[in-house]
Design a protein around this ligand. Structure first.
Ligand code: SAH
Length: 246
């Protein structure tokens, strides 16, 4: 973990995201899960400096100034900005719950800020009932992804259980002004590399998109692109696509 993410309520001196807030050193107090984590993973002790960031806010350094069984206090200076986002909106056919959790984390680490989990024909119905979709569980994975990347800005995750209305009514606005790509092993067009502008990227479920879905996305200006004829696991495909496009 490369960054300790602080919540505004950890600050003893008020919300650090407030622009009128004092820019000098601020006191933070951590307890509970975060305290255990900082003790065990970061081996925190008084005098140590740790990289910190505020969820939805700046980054900086924190010096441990007090530590006991119940709390850790840090003096933090927030003088940095989070890394730039990856300008990719990811439309992802809802994967199976275990894969979803890992994927959300990795996608967040890549810097994607807009994620749409989409119902497609070959998404198993039962996936939508999974506890992995509870907002708190999703947020947990996103935070882990941010900590890994040294980022502070949570992606927005939308759940869309109706393919057609999403694609016809919402997607045109969402994808406006972006390069629209549909990852499809069967396509003959190689996926472009190092694209500089914003992208909307659609990735299918384990069973792939059905022809109707490919056509519906193509009607919205999406172009089917491939990484090669071998169908990859969704996780592998997403990582390879984001790395290749960025
Ligand atoms: N049998 C399915 C494979 C689906 S793999 C099919 O032929 O479509 C799951 C998803 O990962 C795909 O829908 C696609 O979006 C992405 N993907 C996997 N391998 C890929 C590849 N070689 N090129 C482009 N996209 C790929």
């Amino acid at each position: 973990v490369n960054l300790i993410l602080l919540e505004p309520e950890d600050f003893l001196s008020g919300d650090p995201r407030d622009p009128s807030c004092d820019r000098g050193p601020q006191r933070v107090r951590l307890g509970g899960r975060q305290l255990r984590h900082v003790r065990e993973v970061h081996r925190a002790e008084v005098g140590r400096e740790l990289a910190v960031g505020v969820v939805g806010g700046p980054r900086g350094r924190g010096e441990v100034v007090a530590l006991d069984e119940n709390a850790l206090e840090m003096e933090v200076l927030l003088d940095g900005a989070p890394p730039p986002p990856l300008p990719v909106t990811l439309l992802l056919a809802l994967p199976r719950p275990k894969v979803l959790s890992r994927l959300l984390r990795d996608i967040t680490t890549f810097g994607v800020k807009e994620i749409v989990l989409l119902r497609t024909w070959r998404v198993e119905q039962s996936f939508w009932q999974s506890p992995a979709l509870e907002p708190e569980r999703i947020r947990r994975q996103l935070l882990l992804g941010l900590e890994q990347a040294g980022d502070t800005v949570l992606p927005r995750v939308r759940l869309r259980r109706r393919f057609k209305p999403f694609v016809e009514d919402e997607l045109p606005g969402l994808a406006e002004g972006t390069l629209r790509l549909l990852a499809h092993p069967g396509s003959s067009l190689p996926c472009p590399r190092g694209v500089s502008g914003p992208i909307t990227l659609a990735v299918g479920p384990e069973g792939g998109f059905i022809p109707y879905e490919v056509e519906a996305l193509e009607a919205q200006g999406f172009q089917a692109v491939t990484l090669g004829e071998r169908p990859l696991r969704v996780e592998t495909a997403v990582a390879a696509l984001l790395a290749r496009l960025s």
